[in-house]
Write a protein that binds this ligand. Structure first.
Ligand code: ZN
Length: 205
C-alpha cells in the first residue's frame, strides 16, 4: 500500500511492534482498547481520518463486536510476531500460527477487487465500514507478501538481549543493521560495551 508511514519496512512488522518488549517474559501491550487499534492504524495512515471516525462511532454502537475485533487483532499480531521472530532466528514457524494466518488470509483476499487506475488496474479493498476489523485485511496481505518475497531473508529481530523484540526489514547494503533504533537499544548496547571495556582496563591484576 502506498502512503503508509512505516519505520520497519513492512506493514505486518509495524503491527507486530505494537507490543513493547515482545521478546521478554513481560511484553507491554500498546493496544489496550479497540480505540488504540484504530488510532494506531490512523497514525501510520492505514486509515483516513474519515475511516477512523466511522469505525469509532460503529464501535460505540457495538462494543462487544469491537472487543471481538480487538481480540482477533491481538491473536493475529501474536502469530505474526512468532512467525517472523522464528524466521529471523532461522527456525521454522509453528504450524498453528500459519494455520491462523491462512484462515484470515482467505477472508482477507475475498475482500479484494480490481479497480481501474490511471495506469491500468490496481487492487482495492471492498469498502465495508461496518466490519470493525477491516484494517486487519491489508495487514494479513502484507504478511503473505513478505513471507513470499525475497526480502524475507532480511527480516530481523532487534539484537537487544533484554528482549526488545522489535522486528524490521534490514535494508542496509551489507545487511549489518542489528538494532530497532540506534537511539534506544543500539545506544544501550554501545554504553554497555564501553562500560565493560573500561572495567577490563581498570581491573586490578
Ligand atoms: Zn530494540
Amino acid at each position: 500500500m502506498k502512503g503508509l508511514k512505516l519505520k520497519t519496512g513492512a506493514l505486518c512488522l509495524e503491527f507486530a511492534n505494537t507490543a513493547d518488549w515482545h521478546g521478554s517474559a513481560h511484553p507491554q501491550e500498546k493496544l489496550q482498547t479497540y480505540r488504540d487499534l484504530v488510532l494506531w492504524a490512523q497514525r501510520i495512515r492505514l486509515l483516513t481520518e474519515q475511516d477512523t471516525e466511522k469505525l469509532l462511532a460503529e464501535a460505540e454502537r457495538h462494543p462487544i463486536d469491537a472487543q471481538t475485533a480487538l481480540e482477533r487483532a491481538i491473536a493475529l499480531r501474536e502469530a505474526i510476531y512468532r512467525i517472523f521472530s522464528a524466521i529471523a532466528h532461522h527456525r521454522p514457524p509453528k504450524i498453528s500460527d500459519l494455520a491462523l494466518l491462512n484462515e484470515l488470509l482467505s477472508r482477507a483476499l475475498a475482500q479484494l477487487q480490481l479497480k481501474p487506475t490511471p495506469e491500468g488496474f490496481g487492487w482495492a479493498w471492498v469498502e465495508r465500514a461496518e466490519a470493525l476489523d477491516w484494517m486487519l485485511w491489508p495487514i494479513v496481505r502484507s504478511t503473505a507478501d513478505l513471507l513470499t518475497s525475497s526480502d524475507l531473508s532480511r527480516v530481523k529481530e532487534c539484537a537487544d538481549d533484554r528482549g526488545c523484540g522489535w522486528l524490521f526489514v534490514d535494508m542496509s547494503k551489507n545487511r549489518s543493521r542489528r538494532w530497532c533504533d540506534m537511539e534506544s537499544c543500539g545506544n544501550v548496547a554501545k554504553a554497555r560495551r564501553h562500560y565493560q571495556r573500561k572495567r577490563v582496563k581498570q581491573a586490578p591484576r
